[in-house]
Design a protein around this ligand. Structure first.
Ligand code: UDP
Length: 328
């Protein structure tokens, strides 16, 4: 393998036109790597691809099978279906789109001798936690199809690492938030809390619905661990350096601090200066009360340290992005 400590790497970023993938591709280009973004634009945006990256519109399985023949040092695999609700209604889309696609990608990597993989996994692999914060050793019992498909891929990666010497790292994201300059969340179907709250501030929505006020938390609303997308991207660069032949390492990525839905709305009020009306509605099915990461392993082994942990700072970045998009 190329010496990852010093050499620029030749990398494929699947899903590099999506939210997290585009930020990560940008940080990789800025760090001097040679980046090819592979994205079918099913949910991504071509204008989110960093101008310093090569862009190929295509499928993470089929196109990768030919692309990887060029010879790459690694793949960062972001391309995925990621809506929890949709995954329950249309599981085939998730088993095909996530698991089958990833298996084909793994085989293409094996065929062409691509030595390392960084995979976007998720806190949804854990399901309802027994205790908080959640370490990587916690039981993995996903409560939705999305989490189940990501966990299945994690298992496949473990086997490929052991059997075929793949150097692999799975990063389990908690709640990704914020923006990196003009790269931020732009989903056709938006389900995430912060973008929806900010849409209320821009007047696109009359109010934000608080899904449940009867959780066993201080203010009764659910608690999540919001991690800034640029901090998350930095962990991928560190993961590339720490990937080791024949090993599959798994790291949680979160700030370790939880914020309630009400605290998020309040931070958005402060960041935007808008009153943001909120209406309490029933719980959303399958939402655990508290999801907070223990990310000591990433800190100790990768040397990762999230820098942008202030909630108002995180939502301010998202707000600046939202306003810039609105004026385009
Ligand atoms: N949430 C909410 N109203 C919304 C969207 C989300 O109250 O319109 C809550 C949701 O129930 C959860 C938290 O906000 O407790 C974060 O939800 P999100 O969908 O952003 O991320 P998840 O934790 O589901 O991955």
């Amino acid at each position: 393998m190329t010496d990852t400590q010093t050499q620029p790497l030749k990398l494929v970023v699947t899903g590099g036109a999506g939210y997290v993938g585009s930020v990560c591709a940008a940080r990789l280009v800025e760090a001097g790597h040679d980046v090819t973004v592979l994205d079918d634009l099913s949910t991504g945006h071509a204008d989110a691809v960093h101008p310093g990256a090569r862009f190929i519109e295509g499928d993470a399985a089929e196109t990768a099978e030919t692309l990887l023949a060029e010879g790459f040092d690694g793949v960062l695999h972001f391309a995925a279906k990621s809506l929890v609700g949709e995954s329950m209604q249309d599981p085939a889309k998730y088993w095909q789109g996530n698991v089958v696609t990833s298996l084909r990608l793994l085989d293409a990597m094996r065929t062409h001798g691509t030595p390392r993989l960084v995979f976007s996994s998720t806190a949804a692999t854990y399901g309802e936690p027994e205790s908080s914060p959640i370490p990587e050793s916690a039981p993995t019992r996903p409560t939705n199809t999305y989490g189940a498909t990501k966990l299945a891929i994690d298992h496949a990666i473990t086997s490929y690492a052991l059997a075929h010497g793949l150097a692999a790292v799975s990063l389990r994201y908690f709640n990704v938030a914020g923006a990196y300059g003009d790269l931020g969340e732009r989903h056709a179907t938006e389900t995430h809390l912060i973008p929806l709250v900010l849409q209320t501030a821009t007047g696109q929505r009359e109010h934000i619905s608080i899904f449940g006020e009867d959780y066993p938390t201080e203010d009764g609303t659910a608690i999540r661990d919001y991690i800034h997308v640029a901090d998350l991207a930095d962990a991928h660069l560190l993961a590339l350096r720490h990937a080791a032949e024949g090993e599959h390492k798994i790291y949680n990525l979160g700030s370790g601090t939880g914020f309630s839905v009400r605290q998020v709305i309040e931070a958005c009020r402060q960041a935007t200066g808008h009153p943001i009306p909120a209406v309490v509605s029933p719980r959303r099915a399958g939402d655990p009360a508290v999801l907070v990461a223990a990310s000591d392993r990433a800190r100790e082994e990768l040397g990762w340290k999230p820098e942008r942990t202030d909630l108002i700072g995180i939502v301010t970045d998202a707000w600046n992005f939202t306003q810039a998009r609105a004026s385009k």
